[in-house]
Each structure stands twice: as C-alpha cells, then as structure tokens.
Ligand binder design. Sequence first.
Ligand SMILES: C[S@@+](CC[C@H](N)C(=O)[O-])C[C@H]1O[C@@H](n2cnc3c(N)ncnc32)[C@H](O)[C@@H]1O
Length: 261
Amino acid sequence: MNDTKEYFRRQDTVACWWHPESPDDPLHQHTLTQLQWASAVLPWAGKQVLDVATGRGRFAIAYAREGADVTAIDLSRQMLDFTRANAQAQQVAFPCLLADAVHLPFPDRSFDVLSCMEAIMHVPDAQAALREFRRLLRPDGRLLISLTNRYRINALGRLPTALYQKLGLIDLGDLRIMWSYSLPAFRRMLRQAGFAIDDVHGLGLFQPNARVVLSRRLSFAPFPPAFAHWFFAKAEPPLRRTPLKNLMGTLNILARPVHQQ
Ligand SMILES: C[S@@+](CC[C@H](N)C(=O)[O-])C[C@H]1O[C@@H](n2cnc3c(N)ncnc32)[C@H](O)[C@@H]1O
C-alpha cells in the first residue's frame, strides 16, 4: 500500500502517463466529455469545493472558472506544480495542498462539494477515503466521483495477462496502482461510507486505448481505434444512461450524504 503511494509521490511517474488535455491522448474526447458532465451536473458558483487528487487541475480549474471557491489536493508535489501553472494560465488561483485522500487536513463539514475524479482507482484504501469524504461534506453537500468499471469491455484485453499470471508464466511484480469496481460493489462501498447515489453516467463502451496483451512485446487493438472514436462521438451518447453503461470503461457518479444507520 505504501509502495503505491510512494509511486504517486515520486517525480515523473503519473506525470508520464496522465496528460488528459493533450489532443494526442487517445482518451482526449473521453476526458473532455467527462469534464462537460461534471461542469453541468451541479451549479458551481459560490460553492466551497475540494478537488481531491487534482492531477493537472483540469476539474479544479473548471470549477474555479464557474465561480466556485476551490481547494485542490494531491499526493504529488509535481502534479500540484502543474495545477498552479495551468490555473495561472487560465487566470484563476486557489490553494493547492500536498495531502493524502485518506487523511485530509480539514475540519468536519468544511465543503459543499467534494470532487474525486479519475483517482479513487489509485487509492488502495478506497473505503477509508470515502469515509473521509463523508466527514468533510456538509449535510446538503454532493460528492462527484468516477471509477474504472470492473466489467468494462476493455478489461477483456487483460484476460491473457491474468491467465499467464495465474499459471505463473509471467511475474509483473508486486506494485499495484489500479483497483477497479463493479457498480453494485461501489454502490455498497458508498452506502457503508454514508452516501446514496443520485446519478450515474457511463463513458467509453469501446475505448480507443484498449489492447489485448499477448506477451511483453506482442499486443493488438481488439477493435480499430477509428471505430472506437466514431462510436464514442456518434453512437454512444444516447446509450450513456441506459443499462449498457454497465459495460462502459468509466462511471461518473453524483452522490449525496445520507444518515448512517
Ligand atoms: C489519473 S490522475 C487524475 C487527476 C485529475 N483528478 C483528473 O481527472 O485529471 C490521478 C491523480 O491521483 C493522485 N493520487 C493518487 N493517490 C492519491 C492519494 N492517496 N491521495 C491524493 N492524491 C492521490 C495522483 O498523484 C494523480 O495526480
């Protein structure tokens, strides 16, 4: 668990693979659509917002530009530096603090909205983080959180690797930086932490970055990326709120605090 956190604290680890604002990123349209969902799902002006695991700050900056009073935290000093620079370039400024999602340095009920996008999948003790989010939210507050869907079509690409690991044919080491959840399992975790889900929005039935990995050197795209891009833009939008979302790569969730029994 500490190794996972060390990985994110280290210089040039997550920074090497997380650049959602780059048009060259295969998931660029995906991350833009996610940002549009978050911007539209709540009124932001005047809200006190904590953006947990802010990364390069794309959500924190969008909320600040909509008039929210934002605080951003991350485990990585380097990512916070990117956030400050990106915020300055977009003419907003807010506190950017070094902190762990499971130990947040704020008093109970400090925030109207807590946002934790594209990050809970990297927190080994996710249940502890959800409890911390609940502690910080005011009773009429809202949680925005996204998760990597355990049953996404993309996950099929990992089956050969999982099989080789089971058979002892490859050793990928002990470092784990990713945890995925099914929607029912995550709903239970949210309930245990004192949240109820208001809205679920799926994204990415066929993700353009999907690869079936056959060996260290050999992998292939299970469907052509051009098809995945076309499907995402043209066919998927009306499906995002249907049961098909249960097979999409990312689930964006809006939840509210409830009384715990
Ligand atoms: C994939 S990036 C997502 C960033 C941003 N929320 C976004 O959607 O663009 C994940 C971020 O989570 C941060 N992170 C990972 N574990 C964390 C933890 N336990 N507490 C705080 N931040 C963490 C990483 O440093 C990284 O910046």
